[in-house]
Design a binder for this molecule. Structure first.
Ligand code: ADP
Ligand code: MN
Ligand code: MN
Ligand code: MN
Length: 337
């Protein structure tokens, strides 16, 4: 029997990369080879030297095709086998290895919005639905829109073996969230990219688009974020390292925000459960802070922190690399490892 391998990669589109994929039919039992593609069609090469290399880095069962079919997440390389400039995973792997002893965990909350016929699912033609209030974690056909897609996506993620930990309806109609983690920085990011691909692919079958746009509707509607929860072994055991991590994020605030996704100033306005993008703050239970320390963490004096700044369209390879680099180097310096 042959099987199908869906090679998936992240392209070079700016400011926000897109996912691409193509299918390779494989002989039974064959190893997944390195493959190639036309980089001039994905903003990753000029037409005159267009070949780019796909290197398989993470494989899981394909829950849509079933059988022996697989999804194959790839890094993009140049033909001399160096990482392509759009390849942000290679740099994360280096930083993750450097600080592996601190055992970093991440849980990323991916918010997104369904669109159909040019408007969010649940928005009436030419107008707006009732203001926000009843939609978050709502139930009923007047409150939630697209649940059949969301349930299918959740099942696919579980069947693929991804570290998905939950879903919920969000504050704006047509807006939803899923969470990946806790898992190490490379694992959480690989699983996130596959979960995103599965989201688009699942919604496609319903003739619905899904977008990670951080402010899909202007005005008094919540944006879409990717809250990034983080801990090291020391943070999971003591409180001082939690504060050290928050202070390290404070000292590097602007450097982080620059890489936290396209349109960050539009979403981090200080309204709609956000802190202004150019002012850093952290606090216990504070959903208006840049970084929240959950209340149980303060009570138990150990646990994790939530960086609420990343946009829904953030590259998980970038946000996890920045957080590991900033926090783990500070924890090392403070002898809190
Ligand atoms: P919120 O209350 O902000 O909506 P969620 O329940 O949506 O929170 O997401 C919290 C995320 O944090 C989950 O993905 C969860 O797996 C993750 N998480 C829990 N404990 C830790 C930890 N110690 N380190 C990192 N992430 C964690
Ligand atoms: Mn959440
Ligand atoms: Mn949310
Ligand atoms: Mn959150």
């Amino acid at each position: 029997m042959t099987f199908k391998a869906e090679y998936i990669w992240i392209d070079g589109t700016e400011p926000t990369a897109k996912l691409r994929s193509k299918t390779k039919v494989m002989a039974d039992g064959a190893e997944l080879p390195i493959w190639g593609f036309d980089g001039s069609s994905t903003n990753q090469a000029d037409g005159s030297s267009s070949d780019r290399v796909l290197k398989p880095v993470f494989t899981c069962p394909d829950p849509i095709r079933g059988g022996d079919s697989v999804l194959v997440l790839c890094e993009v390389l140049n033909i001399d086998m160096t990482p392509h400039s759009s390849n942000t995973r290679a740099a994360l792997v280096e930083v993750a290895e450097k600080y592996a002893a601190q055992e970093s965990w991440f849980g990323i909350e991916q918010e997104y919005t369904f669109f159909k016929e040019g408007r969010p699912l649940g928005f009436p033609i030419g107008g707006f639905p009732a203001p926000q209030g009843g939609y978050y974690c709502g139930v009923g056909a007047d409150e939630v829109f697209g649940r059949e897609i969301v349930e299918k996506h959740l099942d696919y993620c579980i069947e693929a073996g991804l570290a998905i930990s939950g879903i919920n309806a969000e504050v704006m109609p047509g807006q939803w969230e899923f969470q990946i983690g806790p898992a190490g920085p490379v694992e959480v990011s690989d699983h996130m990219w596959i979960a995103r691909w599965l989201l688009y692919r699942t919604a496609e079958a319903f003739n619905v688009g899904a977008t990670l746009d951080a402010k899909p509707v202007k005005g008094d509607w919540n944006g879409a974020g990717a809250h990034t929860n983080f801990s090291t072994k020391a943070m999971r055991e003591k409180y001082d390292p939690i504060i050290t991590a928050c202070e390290a994020l404070a000292a590097n605030a602007l450097e982080h925000v620059k890489h936290y996704g396209s349109g960050i100033e539009e979403r981090l306005t200080g309204l709609h459960e956000t802190a202004p993008w150019n002012e850093f703050s952290y606090g216990v239970s504070d959903r208006g802070a840049s970084v929240r320390i959950p209340w149980q963490v303060e009570v138990e004096k150990k646990g994790y922190i939530e960086d609420r700044r990343p946009n829904a369209n953030v590259d998980p390879y970038l946000v996890t690399r920045l957080i590991v680099d900033t926090c783990c180097s500070a924890l090392e310096k403070a002898d809190q490892v």
